[in-house]
Design a binder for this molecule. Structure first.
Ligand code: HH2
Length: 277
């Protein structure tokens, strides 16, 4: 069972024809690979516009880092960081997703024009989130994470990592559907690096196709992540080629959306890999 499209307010993306590239915009002082670079709204906007020119299909705007041990950011501060940027981008016709687990931030982001919710807690961070997203009619990324950002990398164990994530997705899908978010507005993301050891991430990528049986769009975020550094011995700013390999592999196994920092390069990877798929 494969979905044919991804729907959101005012538009839809047909699935299965090509891969969509989601450009990452971290309006944060402390993100793991680009913290502090785009905290100023003007620079953030310029960076987002460059990603769009480079071929990004959508921009994922986040105001709080999810790296292990990152300090929590109050909703007001998160809104202060992301809302002005979302407003401008949305006005320019850019498809924006909001990377947050807080309903207050999501609400403000939807009002500012975000049309996709990217919730790394898959709606479990805030009880109000599912209903809010359903009412707004936005598409929703449900990402798998074992534990919380604070605890997730403390010796995560799985019997079968893919089976466990499939089970988690089935549960969260049920909650989302019950809240009124239809399947053609749901994107599943196995959450590379969120409560996974390097070998778990590799296994997820090798078996990515198994998630397609849930009948939802599939997203994946490997960009610059530490498992690439683990296997290649590369610093965070040296992981472009490693990222490219994972993006290509994910596309060959059925990813619909790839979440990346280096848009120009990964658009090329996506276009070539789409041809080969
Ligand atoms: N990864 C990060 C953040 N949000 N969302 C989804 N759906 N999938 C991911 O893999 C994912 C995500 C972590 O990357 P980044 O945003 O660059 O870092 P930080 O959380 O430190 O800002």
């Amino acid at each position: 069972m494969s979905p044919s499209r991804l729907c959101f307010p005012g538009g839809r993306l047909p699935l299965g024809r090509r891969t969509y590239v989601m450009g990452i915009l971290n309006v944060t002082p402390d993100s793991f690979s680009d913290g502090g670079r785009w905290i100023d709204a003007r620079r953030a906007l310029a960076h987002a516009r460059r990603m769009v020119r480079d071929g990004a299909d959508l921009i994922d705007v986040g105001g709080e880092s999810t790296r292990p041990g990152a300090p929590a950011v109050p909703a007001r501060e998160e809104c202060r960081r992301v809302v002005p940027v979302i407003e401008r981008l949305a006005r320019e016709g850019v498809l924006v997703s909001i990377d947050t687990s807080k309903a207050d931030v999501a609400d403000a982001a939807f009002r500012a024009g975000a049309r996709i919710l990217n919730d790394v807690t898959a709606l479990r961070g805030d009880r109000r989130m599912a209903r809010l997203a359903a009412r707004a009619g936005v598409a929703v990324v449900l990402m798998h994470m074992k534990g919380t950002p604070r605890t997730m990398q403390k010796n995560p164990r799985y019997r079968d990592v893919v089976a466990e994530i499939l089970l988690y997705f089935r549960e969260k899908l049920k909650i989302a559907l019950r809240a009124g978010i239809p399947r053609d507005k749901i994107i599943l993301d196995p959450g590379i690096g969120f409560g996974k050891l390097p070998g778990h991430n590799v296994e997820i990528l090798r078996r990515l196709g198994e998630f397609r049986r849930l009948g939802c769009a599939l997203a994946i975020g490997t960009s610059r992540k530490s498992f690439i550094g683990h296997f290649l011995g590369r610093r965070v700013d040296e992981r472009l080629s490693g990222t490219a390999a994972t993006v290509a592999a994910a596309i060959l196994r059925g990813a619909d959306v790839v979440r990346v920092h280096d848009v120009r390069e990964m658009v090329d990877v996506a276009r070539m890999t789409d041809l080969l798929r």
